[in-house]
Write a protein that binds this ligand. Structure first.
Ligand code: PLP
Length: 670
């Protein structure tokens, strides 16, 4: 199963058992693990249906501890004179259970929460305790600021961070009304920009923060008012998922220089908040591509600590308390989405016309593949096919068939590794000609089918030849993709992994069982939305992005389950209701010694709930159906029993899951 690259991106949390299933080790330093397949089977037995989002609380805790350990080590190694804490940006995953875990474990480490809006602040204040600091970013109105200052009056560490000059005016005004001496931070616009998708978060033209000139002007104003002690924190953020550590280094250096200057001018300071950006290695390539990072968490911690320390020491300024707003790096790994495959369609799997066939007894004896189409599993191997084409000499297309079909047949019959490139090019031309003839009304339908079938057969055979070569010719490099199967799975891309659609984010995807078997099918994935964008055709591969995912042929009446990993950051809340597919079921799982415990099951949206979001009232819907049924009874289209059945089916569907209910699971529930 090396093709899935699990050793690269699994980061110790995910591996493969000798039985070919995926194992989850929530705390890789401990011996215990959870068999993902066995866990899913258990959940299905309890009557849940796929898709299910599984959250591993242990992974969340481990992420927090790892971050803390890396900073503790860096602080110790460099003899840094202050401490570090992370404030978890709640926008990355606001689910109550997730935040609760983070607060529980994080408060032991002195960690806190970052809130970016009024609802987030209200949640954070309620979830936190006196020891849990809260940093408030984002644009703020008077109410937001009042909430923060009221919390300060309660003795909480709730620091509003000024993003616009007018917010400082509000802080000063509200503080007087509330009767507190306010403490706050300021976000500065650095010249340093990140790179990649979120580069606009930094730089002079970024949406948030004050320019250095504005910060200085506000400091002068505060000093004049005798309020220099209120300005305690300097914050910057250069974007999420920073792939290249060089960008972070430059930003940290720039911010540290601004920090010491402000301190020397008379601001109290004390905290330097380096924002988010700590990456996640989604594809395991350890490079600076957009789905990876070319550094480790330890290197990140070392750089933050070392650069701040050097700049402060030069200026003889005390070391500030370091804060990072790492969200992605804490939450991404802990959630896994498991989904069921529904079926498969394969490219060019139609039977050749009788005049093109050779006997395929050997292949027919093999176990037939199960699929919507013939999956091509019983295609003859190249050598056998070539020799039979010669010895059995199938008769070829009838004479009256158009020339391009004859050309395709000749190409197919005489294909060899030596002429495959030329044959492939000729076949492309012949197919184009056939389609032109067809559009003009000169090619009957069965000839068009023959032309297409022969073309795809040529492609399949050429691909097999090409895969034997050390270097695949450029023209054949996309053949795997072109000939790949589409495996349909019961999920909505827009609900469960919106970043895959919106920004081409890569997530590791693989089957959770049958991993002791060699996967033989090149596949892309389709979801169940009625949207052709609802597909995945870029995969993590083994250290290199691939256009297809290798999967196993489906077997009759057997479930085949896939998992999407690392969906714990941003995906849940960014997900939308496209086609009214709602939230999936979510399950929190805990490993207690050797025992896997299901901590809580949060049922996904019902049809009734998603319809409610778009203002359909349950009662009115049922009434309308009852009316329609009544009419049908009056007109004797249905009898009373059928009327009852129809309304009952409608009501059952309203109460049901928005995703497809697979027959297998339905049986399990009964
Ligand atoms: N802080 C701020 C101000 C942000 O805008 C973000 C997200 O972009 C974060 C923190 C979290 O960043 P990350 O998830 O990369 O850690």
């Amino acid at each position: 199963a090396a093709q899935y690259g699990i050793e690269r991106w699994g980061d110790g949390y995910f591996s493969i058992s000798p039985d070919g299933t995926v194992l989850v080790s929530p705390d890789p330093t401990q011996p215990g693990f959870i068999d993902l397949k066995a866990l899913v089977d258990r959940l299905l037995e309890r009557g849940l249906e796929l898709p299910i989002l599984i959250r591993f609380n242990g992974i969340l805790r481990d992420r927090l501890r790892r971050l803390d350990q890396c900073f503790s080590k860096a602080i110790e190694d460099h003899a840094y004179g202050n401490k570090y804490r992370c404030v978890f940006p709640i926008k990355v995953n606001q689910q109550r259970e997730v935040v609760q875990q983070i607060v529980e474990e994080g408060s032991k480490l002195g960690f806190g929460i970052e809130a970016g809006s009024k609802p987030e602040l209200l949640a954070a204040v309620a979830m936190g305790t006196l020891e849990v600091p809260i940093i408030c970013n984002g644009f703020k109105d008077e109410e937001f600021i009042r909430l923060a200052l009221l919390a300060q009056r309660l003795g909480r560490t709730v620091l509003p961070v000024v993003e616009k000059v007018s917010e400082l005016d509000l802080i000063l005004k509200v503080a007087e009304e509330v009767g507190v001496r306010p403490t706050f931070g300021i976000r500065v616009k650095l010249a340093t920009r990140g790179s990649g998708r979120w580069q606009a978060s930094g730089g002079y033209r970024s949406k948030f923060g004050l320019t250095v000139a504005e910060v200085l002007a506000q400091l002068d104003r505060l000093l004049e008012m005798g309020m220099g002690d209120c300005f305690q924190l300097l914050h910057f953020h250069v974007g999420s998922q920073i792939g290249n550590i060089r960008q972070l280094k430059s930003a940290i250096l720039e911010a540290a220089r601004i920090y010491i200057d402000l301190k020397q001018r008379g601001a109290a300071m004390g905290y330097l908040d380096v924002g988010g950006g700590l990456g996640v290695d989604y594809d395991g390539s350890q490079t600076d591509n957009e789905s990876s990072m070319n550094y480790t968490v330890q290197e990140y911690a070392n750089d933050v600590v070392y650069h701040v320390q050097t700049v402060c020491d030069e200026a003889e300024v005390p070391h500030p308390q370091l804060i990072s707003e790492s969200g992605r790096a804490i939450a991404a790994q802990h959630s896994v989405l498991v989904m069921e495959t529904l079926g498969v369609t394969s490219q060019g799997a139609s039977d050749l016309p009788e005049w093109a066939q050779v006997s395929s007894d050997d292949a027919a004896a093999e176990e037939p593949a199960f699929s919507d189409d013939n999956l091509g599993e019983n295609r003859l191997d190249e050598a056998t096919l070539a020799s039979r084409l010669q010895s059995e000499k199938p008769c070829g297309p009838p004479e009256e068939y158009e020339q391009p079909v004859h050309d395709l047949w000749d190409g197919y019959k005489n294909l060899t590794p030596e002429n495959m490139l030329e044959t492939f090019h000729d076949a492309q031309v012949a197919l184009d000609l056939s389609m032109n003839l067809f559009s003009g009304g000169y090619l009957p339908l069965e000839q068009r089918v023959a032309a297409e079938t022969l073309f795809f057969e040529i492609c399949h055979r050429a691909r097999d030849f090409a895969n034997e070569l050390d270097e695949i010719p450029e023209d054949f490099q996309h053949l795997d993709r072109m000939l790949s199967d589409i495996y349909f799975a019961n999920f909505s891309l827009f609900q469960s992994m919106p970043d895959s659609w919106a920004i081409d984010q890569l997530f590791p995807i693989m089957p959770i069982h049958r991993l002791e078997e060699e996967p033989t099918r090149h596949a892309v994935l389709g979801d169940i939305t009625c949207d052709s964008d609802g597909k995945i055709d870029a995969f993590v591969g083994d250290g290199r992005r691939t256009e297809t995912l290798m999967l196993h042929p489906l077997r009759p009446n057997e479930s085949y389950q896939l998992a999407v990993f690392m969906v714990g950051a941003y995906q849940e809340i960014l997900g939308d209701l496209h086609n009214l597919f709602g939230d999936t079921h979510a399950v929190h799982v805990e490993l207690d010694g050797e025992i896997t415990k299901i901590r809580s099951i949060v049922k996904g949206d019902t049809v009734r709930e998603v319809l409610g979001y778009v203002q359909y009232e349950d009662r009115e819907l049922v009434e309308a159906i009852q009316q329609a049924v009544e009419n049908a009874v009056v007109h004797e289209r249905i009898n009373h029993q059928q009327a009852g059945q129809t309304v009952a089916a409608y009501e059952r569907a309203l109460a049901g899951y928005t995703y497809l209910t697979s027959h297998r699971n339905a049986v399990a529930i009964e």
